[in-house]
Design a protein around this ligand. Sequence first.
Ligand code: GFB
Length: 383
Amino acid sequence: MNAKSRFRKVLLFSRIDSFVTCGPVRTVRDTDEPGIRQFRVEAIPCYNLVLNLIIIFESKNLADMEKFFVTGHRGLVGSAVVRRLAAEPVETLVATRDEVDLRDGMLVEKFFDDAHPDFVIHVAGTVGGIHANQSRPVDFLYDNSLLHLTVLRAAWLFETKKLLYLGSSCIYPRDCPQPIKEEYLMTGPLERTNDAYAIAKISGLMACQAYRRQYGCNFISGMPTNLYGPNDNFDLQTSHVLPALIRKFHEAKLNGDSSVTVWGTGQPRREFLHVDDLADACLFLLENYDESETINIGTGQDVQISELADIIRTVVYPEAKIKFDSSKPDGTPRKLLDVSKLHSLGWQHQIELHDGIARTYDWFLRSLEQQQVRLQAGVENRT
Ligand code: GFB
């Protein structure tokens, strides 16, 4: 892929010529090489010698740029991937659900036929926290099953060069050894609160492998840990714990409340990765990973929910006390990914948890002013 070097190469050379010109002359012509335009500048008479500068550079020609299709671009993950791609000289394709409902195979194939993306980063999904998963298993199963059936098929039919699909750490067996290695997938029973979602996502991982086996498609998959960052869902009924607690502490501060209630016992442990790190990992894997087996994406560090609550309290509203509501479910006791495979390839996260929470709270405050925070979003449905 190495688009950077392809588009940013600048060749500059000069030549001494033996004829005289009367002043600067600049000509432009297309060369035989696609995407390359040649600029020729001839000038500067000097003792009957003329210095001719010929500057050839490869222009950033949209027609020749590699096209990345990012599904779910308005969600937490998709928007981060789009931000990350903006730093690359590539063309990013997105489609809203009104334009292409990704659960509709015919629409998806039509889109691929028109757009012919070179790379697909397939991160659309119906996602939510523990309560949303528990109360709406059908939505999670239905949407997330269709989403990979349609997109992977279109990517195969229209010869996408490479596709990255994302699973989720919650699809590993509930009680598997920690930290969780990639090979523990499907070695034990699932966590009950998100089993429907897990089955859909496991089927997506299998689909990547099946397309590779049957048709030789370069479809890879990554397994991110719990994510957070800008554009997260802050709806208290459907969100994950980290955005929920940012909102709860923020509102407690506004109301002058003395305490904030955290669901469950506070004992479970979770690993959190800032979504900008995830987006970077996605591009890294597209460039550096071609295996059929999924690969874990995380920090390799976890905290207890009570510790997480304490960090958020410190950042948002240090005066508050923390209470636990043990009538709410704890879910999986621990979910820490073994990220040694990803580290051995040369990728590491950059944003530490405390800093990432502070940044996310800053984003939350700024976006609240602009009324761009999803406070009543329902489940995150980026289909
Ligand atoms: O983030 P979360 O909803 O999802 O909950 P999971 C993590 C832990 O935080 C649980 C506790 O033990 C919750 O009880 N928690 C404490 C809270 N306070 C709150 C709160 O105000 N809101 C929420 N939501 N939790 C999800 C899966 O599991 O992980 C999904 O259900 C998804 O399928 C996601 O894959 C990554 O980590 O338990």
